[in-house]
Design a protein around this ligand. Structure first.
Ligand code: BGP
Length: 449
């Protein structure tokens, strides 16, 4: 592994911070969404807002070289006005990380649109492009010198394709792909500004990328895989890297009446704001067949179907996590290679991990061997991908510390650090190092396995 490889870990604002209405923060769509019965809301989360110093201390002990987190838009610009108290929180967090020699990696927008903008139509309203540009401008001005890696939008593809699951948007395909187009324009616009202003860091998108396998060697199924990959993966990266829509994805959108309205000015912005590197999240691959009119259950990782084009099917070769997501470390190597050979830009893995129901023993320990196995298998494949010739900046598993899942509560834990709370009871929110903490600490200390 190269010397400056960024061994890191990730979180997102609404899943860890809590303090949902403190110090001038306005509500985001995550504060307002319907919470599935029996799972917690995001009001307190793991109270990182008040405990960030203790958490950063633990990240330091873990040995993290980088910490990827997101900034809450509705904390720093509730109602479109600057909230200095909100900015002060991120300034302190960034300064604390730098003091501890941990590189801050910032995602600007991670699923938490301010409610006042959602009420004006959200991303469907073109005004949101300008609001996003002002918000980013503020962050670039304040933190541009301190943050080496910026990500514009987390999992834009998941918002477009499974927004109803994660609580970001529940509209028709046509409306969602218009929203999606405005997000692409917004991303290109701020990327262009970032470059023009000469900030020292690098900027890129952060979609969820999953290679797509064909269920069989039938030509129809192969074509189905090509189409799913175009819609789920390449649409987002072709625009970010080349500034143009992927032709297969465009054809699919036109065929189902969901192609967005794109102006000449939009095309110019897309072409002028292309990224420096690719950040992406990887949990598992997809497997598809041609569409045979079966209904698919929608989840951000278990796939979906588009009539006439493809439908997700299960892959009998892959085991599943406790929460039903396939486990495919070799698919990680495949995905890394596929992205790199298409785009030839450095890659940063911003999420990868296993959601599981951990148990805290009376001795204050968590024996999460399944997490160690999962991460070890993925890191081995990452190292093979590097041998294949893929240029990789760093690896930031999900998650640095336990947090609230997008729609499955605190019970679905991902962290290296256990947080003592349940869905209903905040208990003492104390932090405990899991077995995976000590394991990852060694991986980092040895710069690899
Ligand atoms: C990604 C998101 C994260 C995250 C993770 C795990 O989709 O970027 O915010 O939560 O997946 O998903 P979940 O929380 O649904 O298990």
């Amino acid at each position: 592994m190269k010397e400056n490889f960024l061994w890191g870990a990730s979180t997102s604002a609404y899943q860890v911070e809590g303090a949902w209405n403190e110090d001038g923060k306005g509500p985001s769509v995550q504060d307002n969404k319907a919470i599935p019965e029996g799972t917690t809301d995001f009001k307190v989360a793991i109270d990182h807002y008040h405990r960030f110093k203790e958490d950063v201390q633990l990240f330091k002990e873990l040995g993290l070289k980088a910490y990827r987190f997101s900034i809450s838009w509705s904390r720093v610009m509730p109602n479109g006005q600057i909230n200095e108290e909100g900015l002060a929180f991120y300034e302190s967090l960034i300064d604390e990380l730098i003091r501890q020699n941990i590189e801050p990696i910032v995602t600007v927008f991670h699923f938490d649109l301010p409610v006042y903008m959602a009420e004006k139509g959200g991303w469907e309203n073109r005004e949101t492009i300008n609001e996003f540009a002002s918000y980013c401008q503020l962050l670039f001005e304040r933190f541009g010198k301190k943050v080496p890696y910026w990500q514009t939008i987390n999992e834009q593809n998941v918002m477009a394709l499974a927004g109803s699951v994660i609580g970001t948007s529940n509209k028709s395909m046509k409306e969602k792909f218009q929203e999606n187009h405005h997000m692409l324009v917004a991303q290109a616009l701020v990327t262009k500004h970032f470059h023009e202003q000469g900030h020292p860091g690098k900027i890129g998108p952060a979609p969820n990328i999953a290679s797509v396998y064909s269920a069989t060697d039938k030509p129809e199924d192969q074509l189905a895989a090509l189409y799913m990959s175009a819609l789920r993966n390449w649409l987002f990266l072709d625009v970010a890297v080349y500034g143009i829509y992927n032709h297969n994805a465009w054809h699919l959108l036109e065929s189902i009446g969901a192609a967005p309205v794109v102006t000449e000015e939009d095309r110019e912005i897309l072409a002028a704001g292309t990224c420096d590197y690719i950040a992406f999240n990887y949990y598992n691959t997809m497997t598809v067949s041609a569409y045979y009119e079966k209904e698919n259950k929608i989840d951000q990782q278990s796939g979906f179907g588009i009539p006439g084009f493809f439908q997700s099917v299960s892959n009998e070769h892959l085991p599943l996590t406790e929460f039903g997501w396939p486990i495919d470390p070799a698919g990680f190597r495949f995905t890394l290679n596929e992205i790199y050979s298409r785009y030839r830009l450095p890659l940063l893995i911003t999420e990868n991990g296993i959601g599981a129901k951990d148990t805290l023993t009376t001795a204050g320990e968590v024996h999460d061997n399944y997490r160690i196995d999962y991460l070890k298998d993925h890191i081995e494949q990452l190292e093979l991908a590097i041998k294949d010739g893929v240029d990789i900046i760093g690896y930031c598993p999900w998650s640095a510390i336990d947090l609230i899942s997008t729609h499955e509560g605190i019970e679905k834990r991902y962290g290296f650090i256990y947080v003592n709370r349940t869905e209903e009871d905040l208990l003492d929110l104390a932090r405990y190092r899991k077995d995976s903490f000590y394991w990852y600490q060694k991986v980092i200390a040895n710069n690899g396995l």
